[in-house]
Design a protein around this ligand. Structure first.
Ligand code: FES
Length: 512
């Protein structure tokens, strides 16, 4: 649970227990699903919104909640890979989303700690300072308001690029008000309801794990990774990254009141947050491909070292991680899933900019339901193709999927299950099969088969979140094997730990 969720309770809802129908069925209770449900309810369209877990408990509840059109280093790249018109449109879309959030806050009188802020990109070395200069040139070309600055002194920066009139807020307080509006005006919301399939009829039906059917004239799939892909193979067109956030009480706050992002590797994201009357700093970054890289706990340590160096740490208040999806051309997929699914819409691939992109997606998809033209629809169409040299990088990124598929990356242990410590996991081999074991705080040992149920890669242990993460397409499983995040739909196979007495610890990965 993130500090946002700890700070404010969003209402809870029951699971679906019977077949039901509405004009629009929305799958996924993050910012996209809730905002779409709000916009449609406001327009007297009946909605059913379902979530596999709890509302906002995915990426939306684990964000830094910056509302900005400054999506890292993107505008220079968009000009190179698309054109100036599309690059400018991307800026305008994010700005429209920010304005929509502002108007909603005003019209519903929402108290959600919304503050106007400047967003600042900064660089710590000359290579990135030159990239910032190119980004500033792109801002100038696209007529995006900006200011080049020397860079925040307390971050030892060598350059900075400021975008004025951006904002930050408390995402759960904001979305809770939208949820109240939806239910007060007849919208139906269900939690703990896992969508597993979709029928392709004129009035498509979402089928739940318990076999209930939710029928609508339209279906919006905004379940982070789409729970249904309609043969569009999204898992080949996106990759998943995890990133980390520390909430600290610093000894010293940043000198200026801006939101910061250093887009270098490792990324650093900084903003203030007010929590129960106390002013805190959120320090984010350390992204890496899901299930790959070093021990996840070391990423928190790196953020701690950074925070200590620049601000000093009086107290670490909380820490959490999030998962984001990036598409081939770095623009999200928003729109009709395919010609074979004319009434089914998808929204995914926000590349860490979910507050603006999720809101814009809700606006685009709500217009699609009303058959209204939306000027951003073609830019983000899931069926677009923009020639993009970075596709080579993307393919390289995804090529290492086959390595994980064939070999796995898990080190086998010769530790016995009896020696397992609380909150510790090991990977071992039994009758030639790899298994993962984790001992929980009540000393129960949970054993899973470590082969991902999506396409058979070997999952890796995430010691920060106590999950099994797949390095190939980002599926995540709890230590009990349940699916936390797709594309996998089926839980990991589980075993009773009493069956495992003789562990085979010889690594035979060449046999895969
Ligand atoms: Fe595709 Fe695991 S997510 S193989």
């Amino acid at each position: 649970m993130s500090l946002w969720e700890e700070d404010y309770n969003i209402p809870s809802f029951p699971a679906v227990t019977a077949d039901d129908s509405a004009d629009v069925i929305i799958v996924g209770g993050g910012i996209t699903g809730i905002t779409a449900a709000y916009l449609l309810t406001k327009a007297n369209v009946s909605v059913i919104l379902i979530d596999a877990d709890r509302l906002v408990n995915g990426t939306t509840g684990h964000t830094t909640a910056k509302i900005t059109a400054q999506h890292g280093l993107i505008y220079d790249e968009l000009i190179q890979h698309t054109d100036k018109t599309k690059a400018r449109l991307h800026y305008e879309g994010a700005t429209d989303a920010l304005n929509m959030i502002k108007e909603t806050i005003e019209s519903l009188a929402i108290d959600c700690d919304f503050v106007d802020k400047n967003a600042v990109l900064y660089a710590e070395n000359d290579v990135y300072a030159r990239k910032l200069e190119r980004e500033a040139m792109a801002y100038k070309t696209l007529n995006i308001p900006h200011e080049t600055i020397e860079g925040p002194p307390d971050l030892q920066a060598v350059g900075g690029l400021r975008m004025p009139d951006q904002a930050e807020f408390h995402p759960i307080k904001y979305l809770s008000s939208l949820v109240h509006y939806i239910t007060k005006h007849g919208g139906r919301i269900y939690e703990q309801t896992v969508a597993t399939n979709l029928s392709k009829d004129d009035r498509p039906e979402v089928i739940t794990r318990d076999g209930h059917r939710l029928q609508g004239s339209h279906v919006i799939v905004c379940s982070h990774f789409p729970f249904y892909e309609g043969n569009q193979f999204y898992f080949t067109r996106m990759y998943a990254e995890r990133s980390y956030i520390l909430a600290i009480k610093p000894k010293q706050m940043p000198a200026e009141d801006d939101m910061y992002l250093n887009p270098e590797d490792p990324v650093r994201s900084i903003r203030k947050m007010s929590f129960r009357g106390e002013e805190l700093l959120l320090i984010g970054g350390e992204q890496h491909k899901t299930g790959q890289g070093r021990a996840t706990s070391s990423h928190y340590e790196a953020l701690e070292t950074f925070a200590n160096k620049h601000f000093g740490i009086e107290r670490i208040v909380d820490r959490w991680s999030a998962q984001d999806l990036t598409t081939i051309d770095k623009l999200p997929y928003i729109g009709r899933m395919s010609d074979a699914h004319p009434n089914v819409y998808v929204s995914t691939g926000y590349r860490k900019w979910g507050m603006t992109t999720g809101t814009l997606a809700a606006m685009i998809l709500s217009d699609a339901v009303h058959l209204k033209q939306n000027r951003y629809a073609s830019l983000y169409s899931p069926n677009r193709f923009y020639a993009n040299p970075s596709i080579a990088t993307f393919l390289r990124e995804n090529l290492n999927v086959s390595k994980h598929l064939l070999l796995g990356k898990l080190d086998l242990t010769n530790q016995s299950l009896d020696d397992l410590n609380t909150n510790e996991a090991i990977v071992f081999k039994h009758n030639g099969q790899r298994k993962g074991a984790f001992k929980d705080t009540e000393n129960h040992i949970h054993i899973v088969d470590t082969t991902c149920t999506h396409l058979g890669c070997e999952v890796a242990w995430n010691d920060g979140d106590h999950t099994w993460d797949c390095p190939c397409h980002g599926s995540r499983f709890s230590y009990t094997g349940d699916v936390i995040e797709g594309p996998a739909e089926t839980p990991l196979q589980t075993h009773d730990h009493s069956l495992f007495t003789n562990l085979d610890t010889k690594d035979d990965s060449s046999g895969w």
